[in-house]
Design a protein around this ligand. Structure first.
Ligand code: ADP
Ligand code: MG
Length: 342
């Protein structure tokens, strides 16, 4: 066989293999796009665990009519333009791959309107066409992405989908995690036309606590301390559960780096060390923590789905986290009972 360039849809399907693992991965990419568009309200409507339909609407900046075909094309993004931009990217997206990847494994409709336009424009694709047909649409300012029949053309992926209930559970927990990173955005989630939750904007501290209580339980808030520590350009804020409020699983640990939910070995290690002498073996701390630092000090281009990050100064970050948490915990640690044996 001779060397040849692959068809566009196949190239996109290969890319989709990396980022579109299941319905919740589609939701993640689309909600991140809403974040980047400056949305203040996002509604997420799911049918049949996302396999039948995922529709996400925002009130963000929208996409200019002429850019709609580009937005569906690979390696096209409005978020970076140079290597320097990539080195200090502050947006959630930058790869220009989500929409083309998703459209190559589903039936996708994109509708968008910018503030200055007379109307919105709609484009539908099944991932095969090169020329897109734009139709006017009454959509208000913002963007809707409607993804139907996910994996209809990739049977191997479809076979790996779990039950509707499980896939939806993944989506629900993802939205909760994402909602904890953006109190300045209202979220609503529905499944099979039934409202699952509505999270209003949470600008005041009381409203934020309400959102946290709704997601992590009010027991968590009652049994946690607030953290706000800053040093050498790093800031750690959030809530940490008291050692008396630990869990047998690591299922309530939310760590955000510049607003991005990440799992990271270095962070996990620093946290584990900080809790080491206050928690019993096999127990896990509960926390919602936000690390903020100069975007130039984090490499977010380390993982296609961007679930992992690399710190340029790992040691500094590790030691900062450890000492910020260790100190906060030391302040609340109760004085040990002294048992006299003589
Ligand atoms: P990326 O987010 O990496 O740029 P995507 O494929 O996710 O790549 O999106 C391509 C482009 O489409 C974005 O750069 C952005 O300009 C536009 N876009 C996608 N979703 C939205 C949205 N919800 N609101 C406004 N613009 C959007
Ligand atoms: Mg994106």
């Amino acid at each position: 066989m001779r060397v040849q360039i692959l068809p566009v849809q196949l190239i996109n399907q290969i890319a989709a293999g990396e980022v579109v693992e299941r319905p919740s991965s589609v939701v993640k990419e689309l909600v991140e796009n809403c974040f980047d568009a400056g949305a203040t309200s996002i509604s997420i409507d799911i049918e049949q665990g996302g396999a039948r339909r995922i529709r996400i609407r925002d009130d963000g900046c929208g996409i200019v009519k002429d850019d709609l075909p580009l937005a569906l094309s690979r390696h096209a993004t409005s978020k970076i333009a140079s290597f320097e931009d990539l080195e200090r990217v502050a947006s959630m997206g930058f790869r220009g791959e989500a929409l083309p990847s998703i459209s190559s494994v589903s039936r996708l409709t994109l509708i968008s309107r910018i503030a200055q336009a007379d109307c919105a424009w709609r484009v539908s694709t099944d991932g095969t066409e090169q020329d897109f047909d734009l139709q006017p649409d009454p959509h208000p300012q913002g963007t809707t992405v409607d993804v139907r029949d996910l994996f209809y053309n990739t049977p191997a992926r479809r076979k790996f989908l779990k039950t509707e209930k499980t896939e939806f559970a993944h989506i629900e927990s993802l939205i909760q995690k994402m909602a904890l990173s953006r109190f300045d955005i209202a979220f609503s989630l529905s499944h099979n036309q039934k409202e699952i939750f509505q999270l209003p904007l949470a600008m005041t501290e009381a409203e934020q606590q309400q959102r946290i209580a709704g997601i992590c339980g009010s027991v968590f808030l009652d049994n946690s301390i607030k953290i706000d520590v800053a040093s050498s350009g790093l800031q750690l804020t959030g809530w940490v559960g008291l050692p008396t409020f630990s869990r047998s699983q690591q299922d309530m640990q939310f760590f955000y780096v510049n607003g991005r939910l990440v799992r990271d070995k270095l962070i996990a290690h620093a946290v584990r060390q900080a809790f080491q002498d206050v928690l019993f073996n096999g127990r896990h701390p509960v926390f919602v923590l936000y690390l903020t630092l100069d975007p130039g000090l984090v490499d977010v281009n380390a993982h296609p789905a961007k679930l992992e990050v690399r710190f340029r100064e790992g040691r500094l970050v590790h030691d900062f986290l450890f000492s910020a948490l260790h100190r906060s915990l030391a302040e609340i640690r109760p004085t040990p009972h002294i048992v006299k044996i003589d």
